[in-house]
Ligand binder design. Structure first.
Ligand code: EPU
Length: 342
């Protein structure tokens, strides 16, 4: 039996968003099972309200109080549901922390998500934006997810193809936005380590760590964690939501044009064009390390906007729009936010 749902009023969301912004939710409830979620969705107050499902709150910028109902996903559980010589199928509850799942995989000697170490947020949020870092993406190991349809209370599964994964994209940010609540994720992880050290910094960090020969998944996890700690602010210390913008993709012709003007411009070929680092463009516009009172741009990664304490969400949003305008003016390239601005 699910316990009776508890709806709280006027709850501070400060502990539930990694920007550390002081905003309130008119209504707030937690659920730790599918039954509890269904019971919540059946409440008239919930049915009549705009719903926001929160995992770790690590990809959100609140610019005002949320007038609807925040549903905090606390569905737990980590287990191997089947395995053979080559792989194991791991199921994780959507409310588990993503890094907790990475550690579980390492403890089980499974490989495939070690490059995604230390990404803030929950398992359930990971597929929404197909999290990626250091040469790996969620979709590389993703098998399927389970999600509850808000309108009907029906559970259904989505294969990788049905999720429509792209760069920081899925069908849940597009055509099916706000229609499903992810309750569990299944990943296919490898029994044999498959070290992925394509990202240059991993190799140099492994060398610095004194790892010779083939690195273990744990070595890679430690290397990635060390790189992240050196470049990205820890949300427990400085409020932030990781990369605020996506890396833009431009046409090869446009890239060649820019490259002749800015020979140092980095670029990575992608189908249909070239992906350029937004951080480079932003840094060239002089924003890196900028501080305007309590908010600003991180001094070691220009893609990350920060709240040093006491910032307002609107000020961070306004800064983001100023950055977008300056990059447009200098380079003719359009940046798009990666975080969800509420
Ligand atoms: N760069 C700068 N200035 C900076 C930072 C970077 O010029 O301040 C340039 C450098 O040329 C560098 C290049 O940007 O070589 C790439 O930088 P980095 O490897 O730090 O990665 P990124 O493209 O800035 C992306 C992801 C990160 C992920 C890293 C590592 C996006 C939007 N961001 O950043 O993801 O950790 O690669 O794989 O794709 C996140 O999504 O929240 C996130 C942190």
């Amino acid at each position: 039996m699910a316990s009776a749902p508890v709806l709280e009023h006027d709850v501070s969301l400060r502990p539930y968003n990694t920007f550390g912004l002081e905003v309130k939710a008119r209504l707030f409830a937690r659920f730790s099972s599918v039954d509890e979620l269904r019971a919540l969705l059946a409440l008239p107050e919930v049915q009549q309200s705009e719903k926001l499902v929160l995992g770790g709150g690590s990809n959100l910028l609140f610019t005002k109080d949320f007038e609807g109902v925040v549903l905090k996903n606390e569905i737990r559980g980590l287990e191997i549901i089947s395995q053979d010589d080559a792989s194991a199928l791991v199921r994780a509850g959507a409310g588990e922390s993503w890094h907790g799942l990475v550690q579980y995989a390492l403890d089980q000697e499974l490989s495939g998500i070690e490059n995604l170490s230390l990404i803030p947020g929950t398992v359930g949020a990971a597929p929404l934006q197909n999290i990626g870092a250091y040469g790996a993406e969620l979709k590389d190991t993703f098998e399927q997810l389970e999600a509850l349809e808000t309108a009907t209370g029906e559970l259904r599964t989505f294969s990788a193809a049905e999720c429509g994964f792209g760069y920081r994209e899925s069908v849940f940010k597009g055509a099916l936005k706000n229609q499903f609540i992810v309750t569990g994720v299944l990943l296919r992880l490898h029994r044999q380590a498959r070290p992925n050290v394509r990202y240059g910094d991993i190799q140099t960090t492994l060398q610095d760590m004194g790892v010779a020969g083939e690195p273990t998944p744990r070595n890679i996890s430690e290397a990635v964690s060390s790189i992240r700690r050196s470049k990205l602010p820890d949300p427990a210390q400085i409020g932030n939501a990781g990369s605020f913008f996506k890396n833009p993709e431009i046409s090869q012709a446009r890239f060649d044009e820019l490259k002749s003007q800015y020979p140092a411009l980095p670029g990575y070929p992608v189908p249909g064009g070239v992906k350029v680092p937004a951080a480079w463009l932003i840094e060239q516009c002089g924003w890196k390390g900028l501080r305007r009172g309590p908010h600003g741009v991180h001094d070691r990664q220009a893609l990350v906007l920060v709240n040093h304490g006491g910032a307002q969400g609107q000020d961070i949003r306004d800064l983001a729009y100023e950055i977008i305008a300056s990059v447009r003016e200098k380079f003719g390239v359009e940046l798009h936010p990666e975080v969800n601005i509420m």
